[in-house]
Design a protein around this ligand. Sequence first.
Ligand SMILES: [Zn+2]
Ligand SMILES: [Zn+2]
Length: 305
Amino acid sequence: MKNYPLILVLGYWLGPLLIIASHVGAIIPFFTGLSWPAGLWVVFLYLIRMLGITAIYHRLIIHKSYQAPAIVRWVGSLIACSAGQMGPNWWKGHHMEGHHLSSDQKGDSHSPHTPFIGIPGFLWSQGGWLLSRKNFLPPSLPADVEADLGLKIIDRFHFLPLILLNLISFQIGGLEGLGACCLSTVLLFHGVATVNSLAHLAGDQPFTTKDYSRNNWFVASLTLGEGWHNMHHAFQWSARHGFSIRYGRVVRLIDPTYSFIQLLEKLRLASNIKVPTDVELLQAANLDLVPATGWIRKINFSSDE
Ligand SMILES: [Zn+2]
Ligand SMILES: [Zn+2]
């Protein structure tokens, strides 16, 4: 791990502290109650910030599955930052070098299979890893995002958007508004974390990968499509994660993040969207699943019929 400047280290330490403070703040609605407008505020903040993380951080900045102008990268990253889950450069460093490079093996920052297994492994991947001293800093800061001055500034001041969002919520709805914001932040934090935990533990594996990634419908519904995680590990460059293979055929699954990227394209705010062809998807099909899906029957016996 690199030696980072002290000012950057201090900024990165604020991330886990803000998440812990949000958990404390999420208790507020138990005292103030939650009115309909406050409940809608919880849902709205959950959805828009989830999209910031899935469509902008994960599929655009990290995996470059499509291209978008700087304004989309920057505004989207500000929204994603307000989730309290660190900045784009930190995210990419951890996600690529800390996860995809060594998924479910030694070196993976948040696998439920290492360094712990069972319930401790689940808790580690669901958030414990973020409280580990060795993970406060990413293994590296990727050169491409470091070269984008806008992203670099947003990354170094990643804590400001969430603090500002809490202040705005308090201004609009008083203590109840602040509690609603904190509750949304906590639900969002654990929603995103299910991709690290449940989507590496439970679900099907229609594609061949060297890890335990799964397609998990429950996680996909919490995360606007990110739960089709086995597909993502097989085709990291794909803007659409919602694919599976059934009975030798490609099946398209609901993927709201991909629909949002298509909307951006219609608005001329996204271009060069990468999606694998059916042939590519079938070539990556997990043949271990063949008996269960009827694939072998279809392939092997079709010529006898
Ligand atoms: Zn994964
Ligand atoms: Zn990824």
